[in-house]
Design a protein around this ligand. Structure first.
Ligand code: NCD
Length: 303
């Protein structure tokens, strides 16, 4: 996506955000459309957020998870997807432990595919909601110092955030143990800091990421206690950042590990704003993927 594409999704999301505050939270925009939430990995926020977004736009939604699908009986992802396609869904939202799984599906089914997180690769809708939240609080990303601290190598959130933040002109600083830092990550135009204080100092945004234990075969850090001591975001570290710093986390938080509870629940935290914006961004994505702009031009309005 270009910077313009990103801003277009976010502007669309802004226009949808108000729907979630109405007494009757429903518009007819996606009436008659079939949306399948196909989640091969655990999820609370992303899955519910996509489902709420779809329902608020009057789509029919269906959920399948790995444990209740025929994946447990040995069916391949492509076979399952082709069978889903035979039931004519309009959009399939896929979360999968393999990087590239959503791209594979786009080549094998007609329905539009939305990536809800693929392995260690990307989590585009999270990247977009993070950008929307920063724009809401800061007005622009141009020139901002954004610190991302934690398990960069295994985090698909970092994958999407680094690309998006860079495209909108932010300066991205990464910090975490060497075993959590992808080799050559500097080529993405980021600065890697051995000492977390260098990343957090004068930052406008501090984001902490969860240690993705489920994506690590062997332990990559000596202990969680040591990790928290060197990299955990606590109030004394946060004091190094700008006075108006905002604190972000994609969730789920491991309190006391990557972030202390008083920071997560403190006045600088925008963690729940991220969740609220997630619904609006996903409404925008569903609308645009379904040809929203085109339909608008033809019908003259969002309805
Ligand atoms: C993230 C994910 O699944 O990649 N969660 C989310 O979607 N909000 C981050 C994580 O699991 O740590």
């Amino acid at each position: 996506m270009s910077a313009d594409d990103i801003l277009h999704v976010i502007n669309t999301a802004r226009s949808f955000k108000e729907i979630s505050t109405r007494p009757i939270k429903k518009v007819p925009t996606l009436r008659g459309k079939t949306i399948v939430n196909f989640f091969f990995e655990p999820s609370t926020r992303t899955r519910l957020s996509f489902e709420i977004a779809a329902k608020r736009m009057s789509a029919d939604t269906f959920n399948i998870s790995a444990s209740t699908s025929s994946a447990t009986k040995g069916e391949t992802l492509i076979d399952t997807a082709r069978n889903l396609q035979a039931m004519h869904p309009d959009i399939i939202i896929l979360r999968h432990s393999s990087s590239g799984a959503p791209l594979l599906l786009t080549k094998n089914v007609e329905a539009s595919i939305i990536n809800a997180g693929d392995g260690t690769n990307e989590h585009p809708s999270q990247g977009l909601l993070d950008i929307m939240t920063i724009l809401e609080k800061k007005g622009s990303l141009e020139g901002l110092k954004i610190a991302i601290v934690g398990d960069i190598a295994h985090s698909r959130v970092a994958g999407s955030d680094i690309i998006g933040f860079n495209k909108l002109g932010a300066r991205v600083f990464l910090s975490g143990p060497a075993t959590f830092m992808p080799s050559g990550v500097e080529q993405l135009g980021v600065t890697v800091c051995r000492d977390v204080r260098d990343a957090v100092e004068d930052a406008d945004v501090v984001m902490a990421l969860r240690i993705q234990k489920e994506r690590q075969n062997d332990p990559l850090i000596p202990s969680l206690r040591e990790y928290a001591r060197f990299y955990g975001i606590n109030n004394s570290r946060l004091a190094l950042a700008k006075d108006d710093v905002i604190v972000m986390h994609p969730g789920p938080i491991n309190r006391g590990v990557e972030m202390n509870p008083d920071v997560a629940d403190g006045s600088r935290s925008v963690i729940l704003d991220q969740v609220t914006n997630g619904v609006a961004v996903r409404m925008a994505l569903l609308y645009l993927v379904n040809g929203g702009d085109k339909a608008d031009e033809e019908q003259g309005g969002k309805g």
